[in-house]
Design a protein around this ligand. Structure first.
Ligand code: PLP
Ligand code: TYF
Length: 398
């Protein structure tokens, strides 16, 4: 039966980790997959999460299935964290949230929901975007199209081209934006730019879908929510996909949420019934442990404040490494102005290195970055930055 099956290509990002692991060079550096690493190159569990785990271990939360949309205390905490507890979206009850297996699970639930309930909707994504967006939505049967986002020449947001393109999208289509810390470019709109984007989205009757996987990695928990809070206008509908893989270090627990914001609570219930139907046909109901951990941290003043401290330390380390990288590149007289790397936000930096330079880094120096030139800044440390910048000098110099 399986004789005719052809091998699938490896994931362009996760496949890099396999190649990295197989590389015998003891000096190898992994700047590929977006996983936070500390100054020693490790990805330890957060202390607040470990403490929450100890609390959970001492209580019996039960082993039965969770409800289809997951734990209520978790989904309510997700909404409050994203919008702020006093936000109209939260207090009005016009948002329906479902706990999902990671941010990927949230995106897939949205894809299934669109395909079943709004057939014919095209999802417009930023050019470039996270490679998995296309996989997820096409697997759900949603067609995709791109709009301009990144101005390569200036390493900045291509705002005018973007607004122009959004104005031409047919009413009823959906537009996927990154809530903050755009993957892969690290370039986000300012609040003013978000206002302009939201004006066009709603004037054109488009459905915003916000992918929010890095809250707290850019400038802060509330600062990073400016985009979605700007899009969250009175009476307007949109969808939010949250992930706690990065900001709680819960990569392998699969903790996310899909939030559907409708015009009123009654509509939210109807939408919610279709979301639950999509989930039933997919994974039935979500896994419990990761969401219990997040709810326990966010629901306890001490643990929550410890989380803020730990998240701030991760953010500061990444931003510190941005500066160090730029300084070291200048110190080694690498041709080109790399100062834009300091202005980028989140885990990633779009370095501008060409595919050939990326391959040369891999082959000549055992340094692994994504083919697009995207660097995981969190993989840079005080101990590997000299080797990294010398290697970049080598490949850029020819
Ligand atoms: N969206 C973006 C932009 C991401 O970079 C990621 C990273 O993994 C995700 C969604 C998915 O997150 P998760 O690991 O929670 O599925
Ligand atoms: O972009 C990244 O590196 C992260 C992790 O198929 C990731 O978002 C990468 C690829 C993938 C799943 C997760």
């Amino acid at each position: 039966m399986f004789e005719s099956i052809q091998p699938a290509p490896a994931d362009p990002i996760l496949g890099l980790t396999e190649a990295f692991k197989a590389d015998p060079n003891p000096q190898k550096i992994n700047l590929g997959v977006g996983v936070y690493q500390d100054s020693t190159g490790k990805t330890p569990a957060l202390s607040c999460v470990r403490k929450a785990g100890e609390l959970l271990a001492r209580s019996d939360a039960g082993s039965s299935y969770l409800p289809i949309p997951g734990l209520a205390e978790y989904t309510s905490a997700v909404q409050q964290l994203a919008f702020g507890s006093a936000h109209e979206v939260v207090t009005s009850g016009r948002a329906f949230s479902a706990q999902t297996p990671g941010g990927t699970g949230a995106l897939r639930v949205v894809g299934d929901f669109l395909a079943a309930n709004m057939p014919g909707t095209t999802l417009w994504v930023t050019d470039p975007t996270w490679a998995n967006h296309a996989n997820i939505f096409s697997a759900a049967g949603v067609s995709l199209a791109k709009f301009p986002y990144f101005d390569k020449a200036n390493n900045s947001l291509a705002l005018a081209d973007m607004l122009d393109a959004l104005q031409k999208i047919p009413a009823g289509d959906a537009v996927l934006l990154h809530g903050c810390c755009h993957n892969p470019t690290g370039v986000d709109p300012t609040q003013e730019q978000w206002e302009k984007i939201a004006d066009v989205l709603y004037a054109q009757q488009l459905l915003p879908v916000l992918d929010f996987a890095y809250q707290g990695f850019g400038d802060g928990i509330d600062e990073d929510a400016v985009g979605l809070r700007t899009v969250a206008r009175q009476g307007e509908e949109f969808i939010l996909c949250s992930s706690f893989s990065k900001n709680f270090g819960l990569y392998n627990q699969r903790v996310g949420a899909a939030t559907f914001v409708a015009t009123d609570a009654e509509r939210a219930n109807v939408v919610g019934s279709q979301v639950k139907r999509a989930i039933r046909a997919n994974y039935s109901n979500p896994p419990a442990h990761g969401a219990r951990l997040v709810a326990a941290v966010l629901g306890d003043d001490d643990l929550r404040s410890e989380w803020h401290t730990e998240l701030t330390a991760m953010r500061n380390r990444i931003n510190g490494m941005r500066s160090l990288l730029v300084d070291k590149l200048a110190e080694k007289s690498v041709p080109g102005d790399y100062s834009f790397i300091k202005a980028q936000r989140g885990m990633f930096s779009f370095s501008g290195l060409t595919k050939e330079q990326v391959l040369a880094l891999r082959e000549r120096h055992a340094i692994y970055i994504v083919d697009s030139g995207r660097i995981n800044v969190a993989g840079i440390t005080e101990s590997n930055v000299d080797r990294l910048t010398e290697a970049i000098a080598d490949v850029v110099g020819g």
